[in-house]
Write a protein that binds this ligand. Structure first.
Ligand code: MRU
Length: 346
């Protein structure tokens, strides 16, 4: 199953707002609609957003109806701005859009159709690479999992958050595929419930045993010795190893440290932003308070009750045991070793 796919000259996305009740896909032929799909979270999860934006740029090239190269580049730069503005925290979005822009501005390509073809090939390459990278992270991360372990997981980081397989949930898939008997506790992940709606759906499909827990139950299970290891994803990891991820990750990391439990973010190198010295510089998306007051249309409180809704938080690197990348598990000192992991790719 691919979350993000190019089918019959259109971009096809699984509509994640409908899960776990309905498995439906939506198709796109307009880059502005692709940006909107990212904003309203038809598609979400940093690597899936990146792959989607790559195809969004390829679509923008196809939409250009003029005949001059300069005009096309200008049109693509506008499309890049629209796509990048869809969500601010996941750096894979900027990374993928810039990768497509580099192809578009390659001096060797002069015919507009050659640019269009090269851009579509690059978008497809990003999607294919994502699956391969996730499988590699899965192998590195699964080596940290012992037979019989109970794993705590936050948000959704599986096939739905990537193109296929997943980052942290990919590690869980790989450990299960190796025949390890594992059990997973899934934080429900308020307010959008990516854990209880999406991760639970994926684990059920994969036949991996799990229990959904309320977000505020993680400390209780840790204190009782019922959690052996924590795996989470990341939307942007700074050069010093500070990790931005779904809101609630920070408290999980602090609780894990308090209880002597290893905490591993699983992070493709495309999510590492070496231009930012620390997590303090990572832009944190603030979404509509309605997601807190009225998740999925279910009114929990009157609509005039004030609410705040930061979508991500930053876990300081001192709480991070190690960072699983496609180039191996990175341990402190992160500033040095993350650079090495990234250099191994680029
Ligand atoms: O707001 P979302 O659902 O896009 O947030 C997703 C996460 O926080 C994931 O943990 C992160 O993107 C890494 S997933 C591979």
């Amino acid at each position: 199953m691919r979350t993000v796919e190019w089918i019959d000259d259109k971009l096809s996305l699984i509509d994640q707002r409908q899960l776990p009740w309905d498995l439906q896909s939506v198709t796109y032929e307009d880059y502005r609609e692709v940006a909107e799909a990212i904003r309203v979270m038809v598609v979400r999860g940093a690597p899936a957003i990146g792959a989607t934006a790559g195809f969004g740029m390829a679509i923008a090239a196809q939409q250009f109806s003029g005949s001059d190269r300069l005009g096309m580049i200008q049109h693509l730069e506008e499309a890049a701005e629209v796509l990048k503005a869809a969500r601010p925290t996941a750096v894979n979005l900027m990374w993928a859009v810039d990768r497509l822009l580099r192809v578009a501005t390659d001096e060797e390509l002069t015919a507009l159709d050659d640019i269009r073809e090269a851009m579509l090939r690059e978008a497809q390459r990003i999607a294919d690479e994502d699956v391969e990278i996730n499988k590699r992270m899965g192998e590195h991360g699964a080596a940290l999992v012992k037979d019989g372990d109970t794993i705590l997981h936050h948000c959704n980081t599986g096939s739905l958050a990537t193109v296929d397989w997943g980052t942290a949930l990919g590690v869980i898939r790989s450990a299960h595929a190796q025949g390890k008997q594992i059990h997973v506790l899934l934080d429900e992940t308020r307010p959008r419930l990516q854990g209880s709606r999406l991760s639970a759906w994926e684990l059920k499909e994969a036949g991996i045993p799990f229990d959904i827990i309320a977000d505020n139950a993680a400390g209780h299970f840790m204190q009782r010795g019922e959690i052996d290891i924590v795996f989470v994803g990341s939307d942007r990891t700074a050069a010093n190893g500070d990790v931005a991820n779904k809101i609630g990750t920070y408290q999980v990391a602090v609780l894990a440290r308090e209880n002597g439990i290893p905490f591993y973010p699983v992070v493709p190198t495309s999510t590492i932003d070496l231009s930012l010295a620390s997590g303090a510089d990572i832009p944190i998306e603030e979404r509509s308070p309605d997601e807190v007051r009225k998740p999925y249309g279910l009114a929990l409180v009157p609509e005039d009750y004030p609410a705040r809704n930061p979508a991500f938080d930053v876990t300081p690197q001192r709480y991070v045991t190690g960072i699983v990348t496609e180039n191996g598990v990175v341990y402190p000192p992160f500033d040095l070793n993350l650079q090495r992991a990234v250099a191994g790719t680029r």
